[in-house]
Each structure stands twice: as structure tokens, then as C-alpha cells.
Design a protein around this ligand. Structure first.
Ligand SMILES: [Zn+2]
Length: 382
């Protein structure tokens, strides 16, 4: 081989090495930036802000650690726990929890709100799905930003997955990656994998609660949609809440938690604690298989021409027209469901009242948008 050829071969190799290093460094910067937490501002009703790791030291400061907001009334009463972000791409659940944290006050009883139950899941997105990393909400005081995550714990935080995940204590077998699905590992174990330890800490909080309400979303082609799924001990409260929602023309279905489907919050919190356990699903087209490009208009606006076509063909379990399913409507539904669960609990338990004030109204969230109920962005550190 001529000297010139050797040099040019080396030049090409060095070029590829430099390109590889540049890609690795820029990818590293993106991955690192996805660990930066979005601001959630404690509103006037928050009496204590702590971290889940304060309850479960093995989580402290790690990727599963997450803020816990408590809103305690001056008078004693029951405790209601709200979970958002069990599945971090189901953003209406997180945003409904954030709206509570930033707006409501509690006169009687206690609210515990965990907006990002699986915080590790907020640090990555589904591979090959071209999800947005973040979305923005304009507020009168500036633009707030929030993350879109993924259903599962980040594999960088919990790896490897087994071939088959065996849920404890039921012994039910599931596909291996479900070991990173917070809503398949409940009630969790304090000595288990990361997701299981997050679950165990949340089960501990559920043990302090009278009602636990876990907020989710699903694709419009999924049958369990615009529906509450509830443990048998929560059925009376949930049925009363659903009746009240229907009377307000907010359609909501009701489904019983299957007894042999394990690891889910509405099953395990109900079986392993005294809490009434329930879950709600709203319709998120950004998660669906029929969707087009994953744009801001889809993620926040909830519009998608493919879904309009699917609805015309009768393939969906919800209506879908040019109005779509905007994030503000999905959040308004979750917040209204929380409000009616609280009303129902009070109706059924006259001697155990929880009084929560300034819950953003369904109509106002839809008319004014989410930004009207969010604090201005906190000043960034310089
Ligand atoms: Zn979910």
C-alpha cells in the first residue's frame, strides 16, 4: 500500500472517530439535560414539601426520588392522596396534580400530591417513537415547561430486565420490561429494584390515606378510556362520583378492578392498605398508534387528522372531531373527577369530612387554559 493511501485511510478513520466523539458528546448533553427537573411551584395551600426519599432512604437523591407535596388543613379530617406521572407520557395526570399543588388550599383533612410518581420515567422517551422531550404552557407571567416521559423507568436507572417478571406477592408472570412499570409492581418492596422501591414508598403513603386516586391516560383506541377503574372497597365512592360527573355532563365510565390482575395501584393499594383505591384514564392521542407527527399541536392541542379519520371509521372508543382531545380538557376532566371523588367521600362519610378549596373549575380550565392556573416560572439560577 502506498504511503499516500495509508495516510488517507488514517485520515478517514480519524474523521470517523471525531464524528463519533462529537455525536457521543452531544447525545450525552441531551441525556444529561433530561435529568434537569422541571419547576413545580408550591402554591399557598402547601404546608410541607418533602421528597419520597425522606420516607425511603434508599431512594434519597437518586433517580427515583420525587417531590411530595402535603396540604394539611387547620382541622383534622381524612387523607386523600393524588398520584400523577405513574406513567410519565400520560401528561394530563401530572398536570392535574400540578394544578392542585399550585392552586388549592385544604381547610379540613389532608391532601398528599405526588405529581411525578415515577420520576425516572420522566428522564427518557420511548425509543423510535419521536416523542417530544418537553412541552410548554404559556402563563400570564411567562412560559412554563414540562416533560414528556415514558411509561417505564429509564433503563439507565434499572437494568437488565428479566425474560419474565414475576410479580410479588401474587406470583403472576409478566413480560420482563414490566419490572420497570410502576403500575405493575405495586405494592413493591423496600429491598427490590428501583421501581419496586418507589412503589413500596408510595404504598407507605397510601397506608396513611383514606383515598388514593392514580391519574392516567390512554390512546383513544383503547377500550378503558374516560373511565374510572376502582377497587371493590372504593366502588360506592367512585359510583357516586361518576353519577355526579354525569350530572355535570362530564361523561365517565366505571369499571371494577379485576381481582386477578396484579401490580396495579387500584388492586394492590386496595388490598394492602385501608385506602379506597381508584384510577382514572383520559384520552391522549399523542400516545396512540394511529397518530401522525408528534407535534406540539398533537401533544398540547390534542389535534390529529388520522384520529379524526379513525373516528369516522368507528375505530375509537371516544368521539374525535376537529376539536381533538386538548390537554386542558383532559386535565379538566381529571380535576373534576378529583373534586367529585372528594364530594362523594364527604357524602358517604358525614363524620369524616375533607374540605378542599379553590379547586380550578372544569369550565374555567377549558375556557381560560392551563396557563391561567399555573404560577409564573421561577427565576432560573444564573
Ligand atoms: Zn397509565
Amino acid at each position: 500500500m502506498a504511503v499516500g493511501d495509508i495516510l488517507s485511510t488514517h485520515r478517514a478513520a480519524l474523521g470517523f472517530m471525531a464524528l463519533g466523539a462529537a455525536l457521543a458528546i452531544s447525545a450525552g448533553a441531551v441525556f444529561q439535560s433530561m435529568r434537569q427537573p422541571e419547576p413545580i411551584v408550591a402554591g399557598p395551600g402547601v404546608t410541607r414539601q418533602s421528597m419520597l426519599g425522606d420516607l425511603a432512604p434508599s431512594l434519597a437523591g437518586g433517580p427515583g426520588d420525587t417531590p411530595v407535596f402535603e396540604l394539611v388543613g387547620a382541622e383534622p379530617g381524612p387523607t386523600v392522596m393524588i398520584l400523577g406521572g405513574t406513567h410519565p407520557q400520560e401528561i394530563a395526570g401530572m398536570m392535574a396534580a400540578v394544578l392542585l399543588v399550585e392552586n388549592v388550599t385544604v381547610k379540613k383533612g389532608r391532601l398528599i400530591v405526588v405529581p411525578q410518581a415515577n420520576r425516572s420515567g420522566f428522564t427518557h422517551t420511548d425509543p423510535m417513537e419521536a416523542y417530544l422531550h418537553t412541552f410548554e404552557v404559556p402563563t400570564p407571567g411567562g412560559t412554563r415547561w414540562f416533560r414528556v416521559g415514558m411509561r417505564l423507568t429509564n433503563p439507565a436507572d434499572q437494568w437488565p430486565d428479566p425474560d419474565i417478571f414475576v410479580h410479588k406477592p401474587s406470583g403472576e408472570g409478566m413480560v420482563g420490561h414490566e419490572q420497570r412499570n410502576l403500575n405493575r409492581v405495586h405494592p413493591g418492596s423496600a429491598t427490590g429494584w428501583l421501581t419496586s422501591r418507589v412503589s413500596a414508598a408510595l404504598t407507605g403513603l397510601a397506608g396513611q390515606s383514606d383515598v388514593v386516586f392514580d391519574l392516567h391516560e390512554a390512546q383513544p383506541e383503547y377500550p378503558v378510556i374516560n373511565m374510572m377503574v376502582v377497587h371493590e372497597r372504593a366502588f360506592e365512592t367512585a359510583a357516586t362520583a361518576v353519577g355526579n360527573l354525569e350530572a355535570r355532563r362530564i361523561p365517565m365510565g366505571l369499571s371494577a378492578s379485576p381481582k386477578n390482575l396484579h401490580g396495579l395501584s387500584h388492586r394492590e393499594f386496595g388490598d394492602f392498605t385501608k385506602a379506597e383505591a381508584m384510577l382514572a384514564e383520559s384520552a391522549n392521542p399523542a400516545m396512540g398508534r394511529f397518530r401522525g407527527r408528534t407535534s406540539d399541536d398533537l401533544v398540547v392541542g390534542g389535534h390529529d387528522a388520522n384520529y379524526e379519520a379513525a373516528a369516522r371509521l368507528g375505530r375509537l372508543f371516544v368521539k374525535f372531531d376537529q376539536n381533538g382531545w386538548p390537554l386542558k380538557l383532559r386535565v379538566a376532566r381529571h380535576v373534576a373527577a378529583i373534586e367529585e371523588v372528594i364530594n362523594a367521600y364527604n357524602e358517604l362519610n358525614p363524620d369524616k369530612q375533607i374540605v378542599v378549596e379553590n379547586i380550578p373549575a372544569y369550565k374555567d380550565i377549558n375556557d381560560k387554559g392551563l396557563g391561567a392556573f399555573l404560577k409564573p416560572p421561577p427565576a432560573t439560577k444564573s
